[in-house]
Design a protein around this ligand. Structure first.
Ligand SMILES: Nc1ncnc2c1ncn2[C@@H]1O[C@H](COP(=O)(O)OP(=O)(O)OP(=O)(O)O)[C@@H](O)[C@H]1O
Length: 242
């Protein structure tokens, strides 16, 4: 197993208590209501927060072992974390941002090309669109050649087309790089699209029943209405006429 996590942490309203493993090249998609502990879980894995008790290992090497009083600082974990609001340095150009922690400079430039933003490499983050900044943040994270990638709602502010393209690109790349990914999202569709495994977190625990309910609700939502869903051209015609 590439990433193993077993952690407990008392939060004001409940105790976060979770265990899972993500094999190399796999994506664990994490869904859950607001305040269920998703971001805290990522922060614990990244080393920005400490569990009360726990064991976290990457490629078999422990990052956290509270029994042995081991808690590695974030910079020694080789884990990249991408949030919804990019996190690029505002005073650096896109290229400088991506090269900042890059292990392989050629790969960094290749990533900018792959994500369609190489022509913008001289721009500061403020001179980029939200989608371009998010692409930059993903490039910056992958250029580090991290041993694991953590994504916290990374595409939720993007338009549908950007969201679909970017999430596919990221899955393809992380599978090719063979790194485990934990991807937090509110969007069950997205979770089902990117995830090899789906974890539903509710009040800090894995909740299978809640997961099944969400899946049923989604199936209900997607069920054709009476008379069937109009095919796209007919839908376009109806919208144009309205
Ligand atoms: N530093 C902190 N100090 C005290 N309570 C915190 C802290 N961080 C988070 N919490 C609380 O822990 C709970 C889990 O928060 P967390 O941000 O992990 O939830 P989440 O599932 O990521 O929510 P969202 O989907 O809204 O981002 C919440 O009740 C929150 O108020």
């Amino acid at each position: 197993m590439a990433l193993s996590v077993s952690a407990r942490k008392q939060l004001p309203a409940f105790e976060l208590k979770i265990s899972f493993s993500v094999p190399a090249g796999n994506v664990l998609a994490v869904i859950g209501p607001s305040g269920s502990g998703k971001s805290t879980l990522l922060r614990i894995i990244a080393g920005l927060d400490a569990p009360d008790r726990g064991y976290i290992a990457l490629k078999g090497a422990p990052l956290v072992d509270t029994q042995a009083k081991l808690i590695l600082p974030p910079q020694r974990r080789h884990i990249a974390l991408v949030f919804q609001d990019h996190g690029l340095f505002p005073h650096m150009t896109l290229k400088e941002n991506v090269l900042y922690a890059a292990k392989d400079k050629h790969m960094a430039i290749a990533l900018l090309e792959r994500f369609g933003i190489v022509s913008l490499r001289g721009n500061l983050p403020a001179q980029l669109s939200g989608g371009e900044r998010q692409r930059g943040a993903i490039c910056q994270a992958l250029a580090m050649k991290p041993a694991a990638l953590l994504l916290d709602e990374p595409f939720s502010a993007l338009d549908l087309e950007n969201r679909l393209t970017l999430r596919r690109e990221v899955v393809d790349l992380t599978k090719a790089m063979g790194i485990p990914v934990v991807h937090v999202t509110h969007d069950l569709h997205e979770a089902l699209d990117v995830g090899d495994t789906l974890l539903a977190l509710r009040m800090g625990r894995s909740d299978e029943q809640w997961k099944q309910r969400q899946l049923t609700l989604l199936a209900e939502e997607l069920k054709p209405r009476e008379g069937g869903i109009l095919p796209a051209p007919a839908m376009a015609e109806r919208l144009a006429a309205s």
